[in-house]
Design a protein around this ligand. Structure first.
Ligand code: WQD
Length: 337
């Protein structure tokens, strides 16, 4: 089975390519290298001994997408990661996000709808729930008005897939990630944020390496046990494995509807201070931080109800916050060595 992974040189994409290859799939990667490096191919090969096919192209170019599917007409499964994902940047440059995240999805689906059947896994996000009323968050929690154009592109993307699956031979699974962190145990691949990291864990590990002076903790006046915001931090390898299981579900026609949705989290919420404590424990270093005002657009808490993923999809996160933090720290030290 040849599987297309778009954004396959990115953080979650590259870890998913490794797990697909481990399961015997032939992988072709599309990536435009706007937020990744071709060196990641070496990392993947170092882990699995197999080099995926790599096609450098921009999914915003419709003709390039059409030519790709002419060349690789044996692709029947797609895992679609390629998208812009910086929440703050999406507020400043909404059209860049709508063009990149929506147009590329439309062009992919236009090619897939021409096949007798196609399986499509979509990289979505818990951000579609906004600040959910009830914790832990289930898949039928209402989708709320997006807090950013980035979040809106995930909501719109889900709707486009649902509408398309109704009238084509495309079956799809929407995977709503919570907060992906960590790196492969081999330290051959990991998170490579460009510039100043927006996300908590890479900022922590860069601070641990002395690249950043101190961590700003965005708010300690939230209605949470220690006042700092709570999220569900999931190891990227656990997340990657879920994608393979979801794709196999569609290939084996185990899906119960044309489009299914699953929350991918650990089911446990951790506060910013708990993540800092975890880092200090696994690194044996004191992390310098300062309490700052809340960050615009942040929610108080989000963590997943994992019943559906565990009992229907047949997947469960296995790695702990400490194991994820230890892998992130090991990766940071390797990258900076
Ligand atoms: C986590 C917590 C911050 C940085 C976003 C997107 C989501 C997904 C993951 C793409 C929050 C706090 C952070 C820092 C801090 N992105 N924080 N100091 O905002 O939960 O989710 O990234 O797929 O869609 O919404 O993740 O890591 O930015 O923040 O105190 O320097 O850490 O306030 O409470 P977030 P995050």
């Amino acid at each position: 089975m040849k599987v297309l992974v778009t954004g396959g040189l990115g953080f979650i994409g590259s870890h998913t390519v490794v797990e697909l290859q481990n399961e015997g799939f032939e992988v072709v990667i599309i990536d435009n290298l706007s937020n990744s490096s071709e060196d990641v191919l070496k990392g993947i090969t170092a882990i699995t001994g197999k080099t995926p096919i790599f096609e450098k192209l921009d999914l915003r170019e419709k003709s390039a997408v059409q030519n790709f599917f002419k060349k690789h007409n044996d692709v029947t499964g797609v895992i679609h990661f390629a998208a812009s994902k910086a929440v703050g940047e999406s507020v400043e440059q909404p059209l860049l996000y709508y063009e990149n995240n929506i147009a590329s999805l439309v062009y992919l689906l236009q090619e897939l709808q021409q096949k007798p059947e196609a399986s499509f896994i979509f990289s979505s996000s818990c951000t579609v729930y906004g600040q959910a009323e009830k914790m832990p968050i289930t898949e039928d929690a209402p989708v709320q008005a997006a807090m950013s154009p980035y979040g809106n592109t995930k909501q719109i993307g889900e709707e486009i897939i649902i509408d398309t699956a109704k009238v084509t031979n495309i079956s799809a699974i929407l995977l709503r990630y919570f907060n992906p962190i960590g790196a492969h145990s081999s330290t051959e691949i990991g998170e490579l944020p460009l510039g100043v990291p927006q996300n908590l864990v890479p900022f922590i590990t860069q601070t641990g390496m002395g690249l950043r002076q101190e961590l700003s903790v965005f708010g300690n006046d939230y209605p949470t046990p220690d006042g700092t915001a709570v999220r569900d931090y999931i190891h990227v390898v656990d997340l990657a494995k879920a994608h393979v299981i979801a794709l196999q579900r569609l290939f084996n026609k185990k899906n119960l509807q044309k489009v299914e949705t699953f929350n991918l989290g650990t089911g446990t919420g951790s506060s910013v201070l708990e993540v800092i404590n975890s880092f200090e424990k696994v690194s044996d270093k004191k992390l310098p931080y300062k309490i700052m005002p809340r960050r615009e657009g942040d929610i108080t808490e989000a963590y997943a109800n994992t019943d559906k993923a565990n009992n229907v999809l047949g997947w469960k996160a296995e790695l702990s916050l400490d194991e994820a933090m230890a892998s992130a720290w090991k990766w940071e030290q390797k990258v900076r060595s």
